[in-house]
Design a protein around this ligand. Structure first.
Ligand code: ADP
Length: 205
């Protein structure tokens, strides 16, 4: 597929990341990033990231799958959290899931008329989730493709934001505290996008 580069999206005004960078090869960073195609509820990791809504009380898509698999105890804990603003994230235990924790990130609903705000909110979901993981001493974080399902965010633009934000975090001081970031892909067409764009953000040495 013909997937726009970060720079092309930036030039068309469809994306406003902090910087449209071309990265130097860094094999060490690339080695800490993985792609997994399949169901995020099956993974056994320190944390998985849910694409939640502001209520944090469950919903459709991956949120529904996570709540169904984790059980009622998850909903009970979520009820104590008082929701979460768009772009934010909150952590819970994972109950019946094999993973230890769930980070519930609230992605933006996509809007063509407000691309810049939505891009910042999506970036903030990834950044905040990573900050929470480090604060809690968690070593791995598995992200689903936040906002690209029911919330309608175009997959290439969302993928550039996901990869760019994770790349910058791994390069930061706190980034060295994380062993592995896993991008969890559900759909074949989304896997193509990740496979095409990873070399742009994590070029092999
Ligand atoms: P949003 O409302 O943030 O768009 P969705 O749940 O609709 O959230 O979609 C987010 C992403 O999660 C999409 O890429 C969708 O294909 C994917 N997805 C749906 N079910 C699962 C699952 N069980 N495991 C991993 N990813 C999933």
């Amino acid at each position: 597929p013909d997937i726009p580069t970060l720079t092309q999206l930036y030039e068309k005004g469809q994306l406003k990341p902090a910087k449209a960078t071309r990265h130097e090869p860094n094999a060490e960073l690339l080695n800490r990033v993985s792609l997994f195609q399949g169901d995020i509820t099956l993974l056994e990791l320190d944390s998985i990231v849910n694409a939640a809504n502001r209520s944090l009380l469950g919903g459709g898509g991956v949120d529904g799958a996570i709540h169904a698999a984790a059980g009622r105890e998850l909903l009970k804990e979520c009820e104590t959290l008082n929701g979460c603003e768009t772009g934010g994230a909150k952590i819970t235990r994972a109950y019946k899931l094999p993973s230890k924790h769930i980070i519930h990130a609230v992605g933006p609903v996509y809007s063509r008329s407000d691309v810049e705000t939505r891009a910042k909110q999506l970036e903030s979901c990834y950044q905040t989730s990573l900050e929470i993981a480090v604060k809690e001493g968690l070593k791995h974080v598995a992200f689903c493709c936040i906002s690209t399902g029911i919330y309608g965010y175009p997959v290439p633009a969302a993928t550039h934001i996901a990869l760019d934000t994770v790349r910058r975090f791994l390069e930061s001081e706190d980034g060295s505290k994380l062993d592995r970031i896993i991008f969890v892909i559900w759909l074949n067409k989304d896997l193509d996008v990740y496979e095409s764009l990873i070399p742009e953000h994590f070029p092999p040495a």
